[in-house]
Design a protein around this ligand. Structure first.
Ligand SMILES: Cc1cc2nc3c(=O)[nH]c(=O)nc-3n(C[C@H](O)[C@H](O)[C@H](O)COP(=O)(O)OP(=O)(O)OC[C@H]3O[C@@H](n4cnc5c(N)ncnc54)[C@H](O)[C@@H]3O)c2cc1C
Ligand code: SF4
Length: 570
């Protein structure tokens, strides 16, 4: 019997455990296995294999029972996820349904989640802009949050490292606010976007319009071919899962790469309950896992643990990892775990029309759009609000198709659509300020179907966000007017936080264990063999999309963790 136990403990023991198989967990798996560590990836959701796991990827529009729409009753059952633009008939199976995974909204918060192998890497819009020193130095300059323990130069080589492997398209624009990367050829701006770019450069010294950088392979390199991935075909059906591996996802890229090393064990349907702290050794020894179906509890053991369950779930797991030494959650002596959560302000849009270029239109599709990098409060504080916003931009032309007439005349009208006016759209991407009062905690009485406390979310906008939203509307309207665009309209959706899908913080990095949870290597100050490299680690939020930074920080931390392991320091 004793022998049997030893054997089962051995079977449950690895060099490293990674919690979560999404964008950041996939990178942790790749790096740790490549460096020779026998690695267990625990994923609460079902397995999704690259290609065979994408049931809708090759379906024609008429093959969908509801022609792509979500039926009303499903919308009613899913008031939260139903608000996400990508929750459509072709991709709904990759989203968490509201009823199955409840949480407590102390304030309205639309928490959009993907629980499966690959996580939200199957759903993301693939925008990958590097952060700059204006972002990493922001808190030190404004004093609105704790100083980052790192700067752009610390992450730059790791940005390059992950960009080359993932495949990022973009143009080298030479902008201080948006450092250039290792780019594959860029997609193109449309003629109206290009015209707007020229107008903006001629009228403003510090404002720019560029093609957004995105995780699509426009010219496969040997490293992409070795992954079995090919060129993006511009189908723009990415949210169904791409059979060509045209965009970066964990499923098509990092996870199969990790599997090829022979060092990976991937365990789907494994809900991590908590990290186990070994009181004698003063470090973590493993994790408690509940089988998603049988609800059976198992323990797995390892020398290092990477927590990559996506920002808020990582907070949940650490808050739930209580022990005699850490009664308030792992590494949480300062009581800051779960606090200083922040997000992005995506509330406002400005739209317009343009009468020019009447003889031109766009050709084909494009899986990305234009981008206006942050221009507010960059070199000096010039507004009443702190920090700034970037904006997405697109200008395209639809068809005006008459649908009246009957018989031959109807057919005639349908067959001869005319080009509509150019429509220009922009949406804001604002930085929000991490505050102690924006926090997540565990509900004391309510539990989920696996006996884990429900997460309580209390996160809100503030006056800074209101001012920033007004400024975005004013500035973009003004920029559009200067370009001669007409019918300029703006909307403030007043959507709840969360729908931006860029929640961050709660386990922030910092220099001082008194004011932060993680050090400059994403290592818990007080439990050195636990690393947090997803959005939970972010000290501030920048205006840029965050996932590329999670990838770079993960690769950097994994490199450090393995070196420390070899030195016997963790
Ligand atoms: C529609 C949409 C568009 C987006 N567009 C962009 C974009 O353009 N650019 C950008 O940078 N970001 C974008 N994002 C955000 C991006 O998807 C996330 O930032 C990114 O996926 C986060 O990576 P992650 O590894 O932290 O989490 P995820 O990719 O969500 O992976 C976390 C994994 O952990 C698993 N997990 C959670 N809890 C547990 C547990 N207890 N036990 C075991 N496993 C667990 C989950 O099931 C999941 O698979 C978008 C997201 C969505 C939904
Ligand atoms: S646009 Fe590119 S990445 Fe997206 S589905 Fe098409 S081929 Fe794949």
């Amino acid at each position: 019997m004793a022998n049997l136990n030893t054997q089962s403990i051995q079977a449950q023991t690895f060099d490293a455990i990674v919690i979560g198989s999404g964008i950041s967990g996939g990178w942790a798996a790749k790096e740790l296995t490549e460096k020779g560590l026998k690695t267990l990836v625990l994923e609460r959701g079902r397995d999704v294999q690259h290609i065979s796991g994408y049931p809708t990827t090759n379906m024609n529009p008429w093959e969908f029972e509801h022609r792509g729409q979500i039926p009303l009753e499903v919308m009613k059952e899913n008031p939260i996820v139903g608000k996400c633009y990508a929750f459509r008939e072709d991709a709904q199976h990759f989203f968490v349904k509201d009823k199955e995974h409840p949480y407590v909204q102390e304030k309205p918060f639309d928490w959009i989640r993907g629980y499966q192998v690959g996580g939200k890497s199957l759903l993301w819009a693939r925008h990958t802009q590097r952060w700059s020193d204006f972002d990493f130095e922001g808190p030190a300059r404004d004093g609105f949050a704790v100083d980052w323990p790192i700067r752009y130069k610390d992450v730059a080589p790791w940005y390059s490292y992950v960009e080359k492997f993932a495949g990022i398209s973009g143009n080298k624009d030479g902008l201080a606010t948006l450092p250039d990367g290792e780019f594959l050829p860029p997609f193109e701006l449309s003629c109206v976007e290009n015209y707007f770019k020229e107008t903006v450069s001629s009228q403003y010294k510090d404002r720019h319009v560029i093609i957004a950088r995105c995780a699509h392979i426009t010219e496969p390199q040997p490293v992409h071919i070795a992954q079995g991935r090919g060129k993006c075909q511009n189908r723009v059906l990415c949210q169904r899962g791409c059979p060509f591996g045209g965009y970066f996802s964990s499923n098509s890229s990092t996870l199969p790469w990790a599997a090829k090393t022979g060092k990976l064990t991937l365990r789907p349907d494994s809900v991590v309950h908590s990290v186990i702290f070994d009181e004698k050794k003063g470090k973590a020894k493993g994790v408690r896992v509940i089988d998603a179906h049988t609800k059976q509890l198992t323990e797995y053991y390892a020398r290092i643990i990477f927590v990559n369950a996506a920002a808020l779930n990582t907070n949940l797991i650490l808050l739930n990892s209580t022990s005699k030494r850490f009664p308030n959650g792992l590494g949480n002596d300062n009581g800051l775990l779960g606090k200083f959560v922040a997000f992005h302000n995506y509330r406002a849009r400005v739209s317009a029309e343009y009468d020019g270029f009447a003889d031109k239109t766009t050709d084909g599709r494009r899986p990305t759009g234009g981008y206006i990098p942050r221009f507010r409060n960059v070199f000096k504080q010039e507004t009443g609000f702190l920090r700034g916003y970037a904006a997405g931009l697109s200008a395209s032309r639809g068809n005006d198709q008459k649908r009246d007439g009957i018989g031959a005349s109807l057919k005639e009208n349908l067959l001869h659509p005319t080009l509509g006016t150019w429509r220009v759209g922009s949406h804001m991407m604002g930085e929000t300020i991490p505050k102690e009062t924006n926090l997540v905690s565990l509900d004391k009485s309510q539990k989920d179907a696996w006996g884990i406390p429900l997460l309580k979310v209390k996160v809100d906008y503030d006056e800074n966000d209101e001012q920033m939203t007004r400024d975005y509307i004013e500035q973009l309207s003004d920029m559009f007017a200067r370009a001669g665009f007409t019918n300029i309209t703006s909307t403030d959706s007043k959507q709840a936080p969360g729908l931006d899908i860029h929640e961050m913080g709660g386990v922030r990095m910092g220099k001082d264990p008194k004011t932060s949870l993680l050090n400059e290597w994403n290592q818990l100050h007080l439990c050195k063999n636990v690393f947090v490299t997803d959005g939970a680690c972010m000290t501030s939020t920048s205006t840029q999309n965050p996932s590329l930074t999670y990838m770079a920080l993960t690769a950097r931390a994994a490199d450090y963790a393995v070196k420390e392991l070899k030195k016997g320091n963790v």
